[in-house]
Design a binder for this molecule. Sequence first.
Ligand SMILES: [Zn+2]
Length: 238
Amino acid sequence: MSIYITPHDELHFECQGISLTCPHCQTLAHLTPAAVPKFEDLDRRRPKQIGIVFACDACGEPVFLKFFVKSYTGLRIELAPNYLEVERARENFPLTYLPQEAEVLFKEALSCYTAGCFNAFGSMSRRTAQSLFRELGERGKLELFDALQEIRTLAELDDENFAALRGVLFGSDSDPWPNQPHLDAERAGILLEVMRDLLYQTFVRKARLLQAMKFRRFVAPTQIEAAPEHGRLTDPAI
Ligand SMILES: [Zn+2]
């Protein structure tokens, strides 16, 4: 895909344009350029990176992206297709289902991930896991490890990634240095999905199932009474 700015200060895409998860409305939306830097200024100063403000087509809020400049040719300013999101969409999780301490820790872990601080995200994920081990006891810890093994099979995780995830979540702070594996963007993304799945399986699924069962027990007798055959005969429209 080719993106460039013309001497008329227009941003031109040789593709469908840019779509991303909007940091404001959280929907996957197309972006429309709202403020493009002036060609003349850029050509004179020739910065390596430039910023462009877009408007989200779904909510209209501004979204700021940074691009590296590939070349200045006098006729166009060619931009690299990968961009940097200055403000990223927040990662969501139904946190209220977690035990109180884990809720606080995992909330911060998600903020670290959103900010692109992947090693900080790893550290907070380990603290979340440590809090859960304390809360759930040795048996709970073993169950979480089994759940991680299950994810390994389901998601077809390779040995290297699995070892890193196990190191982050089940490693000890007293292990020889470095006691936490280094996390890049890709591995942090995998850890995020694993944490979501682990926490969902352990807390959210059970809590929602119990809530649903309670609700069914509550509404079941009313439904039987409210649906007699002759109910239709009393309808004045018939
Ligand atoms: Zn939006």
